[in-house]
Design a protein around this ligand. Structure first.
Ligand SMILES: Cc1cc2nc3c(=O)[nH]c(=O)nc-3n(C[C@H](O)[C@H](O)[C@H](O)COP(=O)(O)OP(=O)(O)OC[C@H]3O[C@@H](n4cnc5c(N)ncnc54)[C@H](O)[C@@H]3O)c2cc1C
Length: 548
């Protein structure tokens, strides 16, 4: 057998790859990460929203660390567009009311490039070797067992196992014979427009909400490529992105002129949607747009969903394993979870000196047992929303939007979330302390407009020392942790009842949420106080564990 230069080769330094690489390097494995772009995270010009469940239940180094985040997100404002010209538009809103919002965030907007670069940096610090501008074009196979990869320059690099995080195109996975090419209907085509916009305008118009627009095809909101359409506006620190996306259905073999359609439809919405036309358009400048549609895997294909995610010597994680959310199109959390599990499995396999498919089967079992991954890939809400767009039924469209991106989402995300929370407490009863610090730290960064609180630590320590509050918080968590742990065990079997219960109480929950938002002016002093508190807290104390 030829000499193996590495224990593990990780393909791709997108969202998932660095998570796997860091864990393997932490475990003392000789780890190489290959990235075909010049820099990690270069795949899209724009950014995205990383939902909160990724941060809560994902890799500890991201939760406890200090990744570059653009803006906390406190909710979604959906515009149900029946007639854009006459202004026949309804609003469905899901938002965390103040004073909790957006300190307790729904998610965080981030740019891919700095975020993935930060992740890759953590992997490199742990001992990973990172090579960029190198594409793996084939695998080395020995009696069907993968023993490394071949680069585009023909160089062979050997390893004991390959963790494949190459994203939605999955060329290497196809070469390895594990996956099929994604058929067009499983790809949602996305196009992005990136606008510079002063922060004051974004704060005033968006606050911390995302804005989604939904309409029927004749409204020309997004190109009619087959299965409905969606148009999302993401606010960042000093910029706004529009993303149009829809699933393809090119059954008649006709390929539309996407470039023309994207432009035409984008102009339609930006010149006619009142809040954009009147409040945003005068103050923005188009900085960039993607020159072609971007495919996002939305996993609507049963065959693909049931294909294996491993073979002899290789494990697939993230998009290439088909783990992007069918429901929300959120792929970052599942990329993080699966890459983390892939690394655990690789470490065990190398320890056992067995990287056969039979051993790696445990990876498949683990990801399929993961509450959030399972929910993310099987939820059909977004697909049903597309069907409602096709049916031209106003009532159904509004109902589906409410169910998918309004308060109704609680009726299907409740159980997996509660399950994951209970599981996290069972594994580590002190996790509540880490979550609290994470929320405070990310909000601190936002309020102080900084990415690294450690840089400001000394300065702030002189002004104020609020460590005492955090010590009290820690003490409370420690005091109640045995109770929490027992409760988490006892409540575990009941978590299946959460979705039906929320469904039953949804009308009451909706009224409570609306009332909470209406009562926000009453909470203004409390909100102000909380913001001032977070702004002044000693940032070093917000790094998890620093007061331990
Ligand atoms: C426009 C757009 C908007 C999105 N919005 C959201 C959102 O709001 N929220 C969300 O959670 N998800 C969103 N997603 C999905 C999310 O980006 C993916 O699910 C996530 O990035 C998957 O992570 P990954 O590590 O599997 O793959 P990726 O992040 O795609 O990383 C794969 C990496 O591998 C590299 N690579 C590929 N092949 C090779 C090779 N042969 N050799 C070397 N390197 C290779 C690529 O260059 C890339 O850097 C969006 C996707 C797109 C395209």
């Amino acid at each position: 057998m030829k000499h193996r230069e590495y224990d593990v080769i990780v393909i791709g330094a997108g969202f998932g790859g660095p998570v796997a690489a860091k864990k393997c390097a932490d475990a003392g494995l000789r780890t190489l990460m290959l990235e075909r772009s010049e820099n990690p995270g270069e795949k899209v010009i724009s950014g995205l929203t990383i939902p909160i469940y990724g941060f809560l239940f994902g890799p500890a180094f991201i939760r406890d660390g200090n990744p570059p985040i653009e803006r906390p997100v406190d909710g979604i404002r959906n515009y149900v567009i029946y007639d854009v010209k006459s202004g026949d538009i309804e609003v469905v809103e899901l938002r965390i009311p103040r004073p909790l919002s957006p300190i307790i965030a729904f998610g965080y907007n981030a740019y891919c490039k700095p975020f993935c670069a930060w992740e890759a940096e953590q992997a490199v610090k742990a001992g990973t070797e990172l090579l960029t501008s190198i594409t793996a074009v084939d695998v080395i196979k020995n009696n069907g067992h993968i023993e490394g990869i071949v680069t585009e320059r023909g160089k062979e690099i050997r390893s004991r196992i390959v963790i494949n995080c190459e994203g939605s195109q999955g060329i290497l996975a196809i070469k390895a014979g594990v996956r099929d090419k994604y058929p067009p209907r499983t790809i949602s085509l996305a196009d992005t427009y990136d606008y510079e916009c002063p922060k004051e305008i974004i704060d005033r118009v968006f606050g911390h909400s995302l804005r989604f627009c939904w309409g029927f095809d004749e409204q020309k909101i997004a190109p009619p490529l087959g299965h409905g359409n969606g148009l999302m506006a993401w606010p960042y620190k000093n910029s706004i992105h529009w993303m149009q996306d829809q699933c393809l259905a090119l059954d008649d073999g006709q390929v539309p002129n996407l470039r023309r359609l994207f432009d035409e439809y984008h102009e339609n919405i930006t010149t006619q949607l009142p809040w954009w036309r009147d409040e945003i358009a005068p103050g923005v400048r188009l900085r960039a747009r993607m020159w072609e549609g971007f495919g996002i895997y939305v996993g609507l294909d049963d065959k693909l969903r049931n294909m294996p995610n491993y073979t002899d010597g290789m494990i697939l994680a993230g998009d290439v394993a088909g783990l992007e959310s069918t429901g929300l199109c959120d792929g970052v959390p599942t990329a993080w979870f699966s890459a983390d599990i892939a690394a655990d499995t690789a470490v065990e396999a190398i320890k056992a000196n067995d990287t056969s498919a039979a051993f790696l089967e445990r990876y498949n079992r683990r990801i399929r047992a993961h509450g959030i991954i399972q929910w993310a890939i099987t939820c059909n809400g977004r697909w049903n929303l597309r069907r409602a767009q096709e049916s031209h039924d106003r009532k159904d469209l509004k109902r589906r939007i409410n169910y998918q991106f309004g308060p109704g989402i609680l009726t299907h995300v409740g159980t997996p979330l509660v399950n994951s929370i209970l599981n996290a407490i069972r594994m580590d009863p002190l996790v509540l302390k880490k979550w609290a610090r994470m929320f405070l730290r990310y909000y601190y960064n936002w309020e102080n407009d900084c990415a690294s609180p450690t840089g400001l630590a000394e300065d702030h320590k002189k002004k104020t020392n609020l460590n005492l509050d955090l010590i009290i918080l820690d003490a409370l968590v420690i005091l109640f942790s045995p109770v929490n742990w027992i409760l988490a065990w006892l409540l575990g079997p009941l978590s299946g009842a959460v979705n039906p219960l929320i469904k039953f109480f949804l009308p009451v929950i909706e009224i409570a949420l609306r009332a909470g938002i209406k009562m926000e002016p009453l909470f203004k002093p409390l909100s102000r106080w909380t913001i001032d508190y977070v702004k002044q807290v000693d940032p070093a104390a917000l790094i998890s564990g620093s007061s331990e």
